[in-house]
Design a binder for this molecule. Structure first.
Ligand SMILES: Cc1cc2nc3c(=O)[nH]c(=O)nc-3n(C[C@H](O)[C@H](O)[C@H](O)COP(=O)(O)O)c2cc1C
Length: 339
């Protein structure tokens, strides 16, 4: 059997050496509250590059200070952030990893002092702050902030940009009718709820011609919410706009119970991949090499994204290669212990 997990994958001339992607994971470690890269990030991300992960996507990185989940989030709202990312990208690339960054705005899920903003003045739950309903000027500024963030990510040398359109953060809040009650052209119909993402993608594409991913929450787990079928429509629009891959997650737009079992979101990846004829990434409780291989061999996704398993085992690609009978080159310094 030709093992697909270790076959390369190319998008827009960028080749990942295997199909293993490190999913974005907030480290909340920018401890000076200024969005800058710290030693923790240098160690954490570089370790997964040493571990031979094909593509490493750096955690949700805020495009405005107000768009952070917490004061310790990474940020890319200023030119001063570029240098830290440039260094981080260089460290990861030394070990052959391709590098991505997730550009994000937390919307109503920001846990910050001061005003927070969202499509509608609706709090996420009884414990969270009520956001201010965004004006057209706020929307324009946010679109511009994503564009500037992408421009800075390009300067830092990232290979991939992923837009965070999932987990109930700002872009997801616009997409879902549960959190978007606007009566202007940014609310109501699917086309209107998609409008801000449409504008962000167009704006980003004026400064970025590399691989562009969008992470979505393909199920709201609520009877009046969206399902993967609704996301087929959005994915078709994204494809028309030149998005290269949909990273398919789910939930968190409203509080809801999620029955999370191994591979519980893979079916949404499959639905979107087939329905919109677009490459996808599958994520969520993917932990074993056989499971990852099954997803790829059955064309249920083009890439597998791992989050927590890579926290437990930063050398998971080596673990997987051993189990799948593939010989995987490791760092030459480790040769005596790698096999
Ligand atoms: C510590 C931690 C931080 C996370 N931060 C982010 C994030 O910044 N952006 C995002 O889209 N998802 C984030 N997630 C979700 C993961 O990317 C992933 O979708 C989820 O954990 C399910 O995958 P897993 O079962 O492999 O962990 C985070 C998850 C964890 C455990």
């Amino acid at each position: 059997m030709a093992v697909k997990l270790f076959s390369p994958y190319t998008i827009k001339g960028v080749t990942f050496k295997n199909r293993i992607v490190m999913a974005p994971m907030c480290m909340y470690s920018s401890h000076n509250g200024d969005g800058h890269i710290q030693n923790w990030h240098r160690t954490h991300y570089t370790t997964r590059a040493v571990g031979q992960v094909g593509l490493i996507i750096v955690e949700a990185t805020a495009v405005t200070p107000q768009g952070r989940i917490s004061p310790q989030d990474l940020g890319i709202w200023s030119d001063e952030h570029i240098e830290g990312f440039q260094e981080l990208v260089g460290l990861m690339k030394e070990h052959g990893a391709k590098t991505g960054i997730q550009l994000a705005h937390a919307g109503r899920k920001a846990i910050l002092e001061g005003e927070i903003i969202a499509p509608s003045a609706l709090a996420f739950n009884e414990k969270s702050k009520t956001p201010k309903e965004m004006t057209k000027a706020d929307i324009e500024e946010t679109v511009e902030a994503f564009k500037k963030g992408a421009e800075r990510a390009a300067k830092a040398g990232f290979d991939v940009i992923e837009l965070h359109g999932a987990h109930g953060y700002l872009l997801n809040e616009f997409l879902s009718p549960l959190s978007n009650k606007r009566s202007d052209e940014y609310g109501g119909s699917a086309e209107n709820r998609y409008r801000i993402l449409h504008e962000v993608i167009d704006a980003v594409k004026t400064v970025w011609n590399g691989p562009l991913f969008v992470r979505v929450s393909a199920h709201d787990y609520h009877e009046e919410g969206l399902t993967a079928e609704d996301y087929i429509v959005f994915a078709k629009w994204m494809k028309e706009q030149g998005v290269d891959l949909i990273d398919v997650s789910s939930g968190s737009v409203v509080p809801a119970h999620i029955n999370a079992y191994p591979g519980y979101q893979v079916k949404y990846s499959e639905t979107i991949k087939n329905g919109a004829d677009i490459p996808t990434g599958a994520v969520g409780l993917i932990t074993s090499p056989i499971q990852a291989e099954e997803i790829l061999q059955n064309d249920r996704a083009d890439l597998v994204f791992l989050a927590r398993e890579l926290l437990r085992d930063p050398y998971w690609p080596r673990t997987a290669a051993k189990e799948l009978g593939v010989s995987l080159e490791g760092p030459k310094q480790y040769q005596r212990g790698w096999i």
